[in-house]
Design a protein around this ligand. Structure first.
Ligand SMILES: Cc1ncc(COP(=O)(O)O)c(C=O)c1O
Length: 390
């Protein structure tokens, strides 16, 4: 059976070039980048080269790149490293749990958070961010691309608002990395987090841009690694893999790959939306999709339960995700779709299709063939659908 993976926003496979770049650093060049002997120097040089690549990727100085364990750590570092008791924090209600759960903890430290809600399109209005600012606001954190809808947030405008007000600005760019052009100067941020495994690099490694002079406390203390900004022996193979993935991502943005990806996504989306009782999540008042990452579409299916469709599609060889997360056995509707104003039923009946940049025409045709079959089958069994018909 042809298997099609359409869950790139959950994770991506290594590309062969990334694997090859990492290979020598597991067994041959295994040194500790802090050791002064030859083995250490080899590792240190590899980390330096990777830092230069990441500086090109971010458009910053190499000294402004801090390697860490991924998006969760970057998000937590931005929040716990910048905010102090008495400060006020602004973020949005559609962030990843790495931000939302960290924000919950702030309450115990006498730090209040304002969660700005999106418009029905999934876009955050910069005016709402401006309105939320108080004299004690110290940090704003907004994601670049939403993981469930792919909607791209107006980070440049928010960066300007933060700069005018003298507030630190962090961007969770985990889902934007490799999909949109990066330029931390243009974004106007002080901090930005990315994760390798969302862009064909290895899991458990990431990087953060920390603008020079930003007074950030490290989350992890110990040795003097990463200019004392992140203690712990450097994950050299991971760092090399992240840089290799970033290099390939820069090519993909230049060589038309991302353009082609958007066309494939649009083809898939148009095909699925031909089914009755379906619709797109993340639509502007003019009926057009909100600006979004090239690889993502999020679609609701009336009279269906998203999890059942995920399972039915899995049995037919297609891996996708619902827009929902499973908490203690109960399926909760997606907080992102609910914040956009969907009711619980429709939020539960939504699926996210997130394409790899290596997606083929055969993958698209496969999904376009099995989705209608699965939807028809499940609707025929659904008591809700039966009631609607009879
Ligand atoms: C928007 C966003 N932020 C943060 C993370 C967490 O990244 P990591 O898996 O590297 O900890 C994810 C992962 O799903 C994400 O989608």
């Amino acid at each position: 059976m042809h298997r099609t993976y359409m869950d790139a926003n959950a994770t991506t496979p290594l590309l062969p070039e990334v694997m090859e770049a990492m290979r020598p650093y597991w067994m041959e060049h295994f040194g500790n980048a802090s050791s002064i002997h030859r083995h250490g120097q080899q590792a240190h040089k590899a980390v330096d080269r990777a830092r230069e690549t990441m500086a090109r990727f971010f458009n910053c100085r190499p000294a402004e790149v801090v390697f860490n364990s991924g998006g969760t750590e970057g998000d937590n570092t931005a929040i716990f490293g910048i905010l102090h008791p008495g400060d006020h924090f602004i973020t949005t209600s559609i962030e990843h749990s790495a931000i939302l759960e960290a924000a919950k903890r702030l309450a115990h430290r006498n730090i209040e958070t304002t969660f700005v809600a999106p418009q029905p399109s999934g876009l955050i209005d910069p005016v709402d961010i401006r309105r939320a600012i108080r004299p004690e606001t110290r940090l704003i954190s907004v994601m670049l691309a939403n993981n469930e809808t792919g909607v791209l947030q107006p980070v440049e405008e928010i960066g300007k608002i933060a700069a005018e007000a003298g507030i630190f600005f962090h961007i969770d760019a985990v889902q934007g990395a490799g999909k949109v052009d990066f330029d931390v100067r243009r974004f106007g941020c002080h901090l930005l987090s990315i994760s390798a495994h969302k862009m064909h690099g290895p899991k458990g490694i990431g990087a953060m841009f920390v603008r020079r002079g930003t007074p950030i406390e490290p989350l992890l203390v110990g040795g003097s690694h990463e200019r004392r900004q992140r203690a712990g022996t450097e994950n050299v193979p991971g760092i090399v893999g992240l840089a290799a993935a970033a290099e390939l991502a820069m090519h993909s943005l230049d060589d038309g790959t991302i353009h082609r990806l958007a066309a494939m996504r649009d083809h898939l989306e148009a095909g699925i939306l031909q089914l009755p009782g379906t619709g797109l999540n993340g639509v502007l008042p003019n009926g057009k999709p909100a600006p979004r990452a090239a690889n993502t579409t999020n679609i609701w299916f009336d009279q269906l339960e998203g999890e059942s469709l995920v399972i039915a599609l899995d049995l037919k060889g297609v891996s996708v995700s619902g827009g929902s997360a499973c908490h203690s056995g109960a399926t909760e509707p997606s907080h992102v779709l609910m914040a956009m104003g969907l009711d619980k039923t429709r939020a539960r009946a939504s699926l996210r299709f997130s394409l790899l940049k290596t997606v083929t025409e055969a993958d698209i045709e496969h999904v376009l063939q099995v989705v209608p079959q699965a939807v028809e089958h499940l609707r025929a069994l659904s008591p809700v659908a039966a009631e609607a018909v009879g």
